[in-house]
Design a protein around this ligand. Structure first.
Ligand code: NAP
Length: 484
């Protein structure tokens, strides 16, 4: 690549981090194409349309730092509103003209000088940089339960909602009580004739008041953008620095406080002692991602609702048979059973320096230096990639910092200091060793099963203080990067 040239970027995915990349590249006057497999922007908010969907991260935190939204209806706004926000940002910053919709990237190959990117339709083009903005939670995980395909009613994953299936007055079964399952319970239990939630493990449910913003409050936010910015900063500090740091010490007293809050809420809001006992987890709070809800306990106590804790034996044509021999007859079965979280941008053939395949490098599990780059994959960066900070906070700030970090490497290449940029193997190994040791001490490793854990049971997440993440992202350690 020539020094000072105008590099071309391929961005994979038009979700939260893809739109972010497009806006920032456009503002920098750089050339880019966003490849999106679906027909419109939105990522997770386009894919997840289940009843009750909302973001449990406060809306005034869950937005770009450069595009505050004064018009959120609730502190925890509904999914459709968040989807509209992302569409609005893409529209306002006029980046959709550089997006190819309905065409998935199938192959990225480093030629020695640039990336050849090919799509399912056979289109191909060459780029200097590839940004994988593909998200984490997008490959639905179906439960491995005997007879799953024999069910004769309607059945789908929470992220593949079929809006044509009637819900009112139906017998609805739901497997899974994570963040998705709990939101679905709140929305569907009141509408079903019979609602059965199949719970394998109890969840810590943190109460949250559903605060609506009045028209006057929204008008005030519109008039006073500084107030909006201040609110964003306050929420950012409390979620990222407060909660984000507490999870790093599995024995922190912080969890006693959370457990007490949740237990008090359970005691006060669930009348029946047996049901309370079933809803009380036996592991440390925040070991799994905390579930946040204002209506779960009310919904599960409705006369037509049942919390089923007997294990599932098999699925039959008429419903779910539990190990006690009972058949729970159903018209609709919803699988809120989570996602395959180790795919990232795969399936995709990604061939780096010397023809090395990413699938081979990641044969055991995905790994990345600073969650951003992989040795032997020059000029290839990920947003919210492997081991990125995760938790009960906004992934948007993380992606913004990762993008700015990447751009500093882009500048090194543009200025001719480096021919291209990739983390060295030594830096990646050093980082991963330190990260793994720290991850073992976090609350996520304190004795529960969750999607945060890798195949070894080690949390696949950023296990250091959030302030360290901010510091690392503020300027790359350039000595940890080299050209291929
Ligand atoms: P999840 O947290 O992975 O939960 C999956 C649920 O399915 C768990 O209750 C799990 O039980 C259950 N399950 C899986 N396989 C099962 C089987 N074979 N038999 C019985 N139960 C089974 O998935 P999710 O609820 O979709 O949430 C995933 C992530 O998406 C969240 O952690 C969060 O990061 C994000 N999310 C965010 C929001 C938001 O408001 N910000 C909303 C929804 C989702 P076990 O606990 O026993 O494994």
């Amino acid at each position: 690549m020539q020094a000072n040239s105008k590099p071309r970027f391929a961005i994979i995915g038009a979700g939260m981090s893809g739109i972010l990349s497009a806006v920032k590249l456009k503002q920098a006057g750089l050339d880019f194409t966003v490849f999106e497999k679906a027909e419109k922007v939105g990522g997770t908010w386009r894919e997840n349309t289940y009843p009750g969907i909302a973001c449990d991260v406060p809306s005034h935190l869950y937005c770009y730092s450069f595009a505050m939204n004064p018009d959120w209806s609730y502190a925890s706004s509904p999914g459709a509103e968040i989807q509209a926000y992302f569409e609005g940002v893409a529209n306002r910053y006029e980046v959709e003209g550089s997006m190819r919709f309905g065409d998935a990237v199938t192959r990225c190959e480093w030629t020695g000088e640039e990336w050849e990117v090919e799509t399912a339709s056979g289109y191909s083009d060459r780029f200097d940089w590839v940004v994988a903005a593909t998200g984490i939670l997008h490959h639905p995980k179906y439960p491995d339960i005997e007879g799953l395909d024999s069910f004769e009613g309607a059945m789908f994953h929470s992220a593949r909602w079929d809006p044509s299936v009637p819900l009112d007055g139906k017998r609805i079964g739901l497997i899974g009580n994570g963040s998705s399952g709990v939101q679905i319970t709140g929305a569907l239990a009141p509408r079903a004739a019979k609602f059965s939630l199949f719970q394998r493990t109890a969840q810590w449910v943190v109460p949250i008041e559903q605060v609506a913003y009045s028209e006057e409050q929204r008008a005030e936010f519109r008039r006073n953008p500084e107030q909006l910015q201040k609110l964003h900063q306050e929420l950012d500090a409390s979620f990222h620095e407060g909660f984000g740091n507490a999870v790093l010490d599995g024995k922190s007293e912080f969890f006693d406080t959370i457990e007490k809050t949740c237990t008090d809420y359970l005691e006060k809001n669930v009348a029946d002692a047996d049901l309370r006992a079933k809803l009380l987890p036996d592991y440390t709070a925040a070991c799994k991602r905390l579930v946040i809800s204002h209506d779960f306990f009310d919904s599960i106590q409705l006369p037509n609702a049942e919390l089923v804790t007997e294990g599932i034996k098999r699925i039959e044509s008429a419903g779910i048979r539990t190990v006690d021999g009972r058949l729970h007859e159903l018209d609709l079965l919803v699988l809120a059973t989570g996602f395959h979280v180790d795919a990232f941008m795969r399936p995709m053939t990604i061939r780096g320096h010397d023809g090395i395949l990413l699938d081979d490098v990641w044969k055991e599990r995905p790994s990345a230096y600073m969650s951003i780059g992989v040795p032997n994959f020059p000029n290839f960066f990920m947003l919210n990639g492997p081991n990125s900070p995760v938790g009960n906070f906004s992934l948007i700030r993380t992606a913004e910092m990762q993008f700015d970090y990447m751009m500093q490497l882009v500048e090194k290449v543009r200025s001719g200091e480096l021919d291209n940029a990739m983390p060295t193997q030594q830096a990646a190994t050093r980082f991963e060793e330190e990260r793994t040791e720290a991850a073992k001490k976090t609350v996520w490793a304190s004795g529960c099963n969750s999607w945060y854990l890798d195949d070894r049971g080690i949390p696949a997440a950023w296990p250091f203080p959030f302030s360290r993440f901010c510091a690392e992202m503020s300027e790359p350690k350039f000595e940890d990067f080299a050209a291929a």
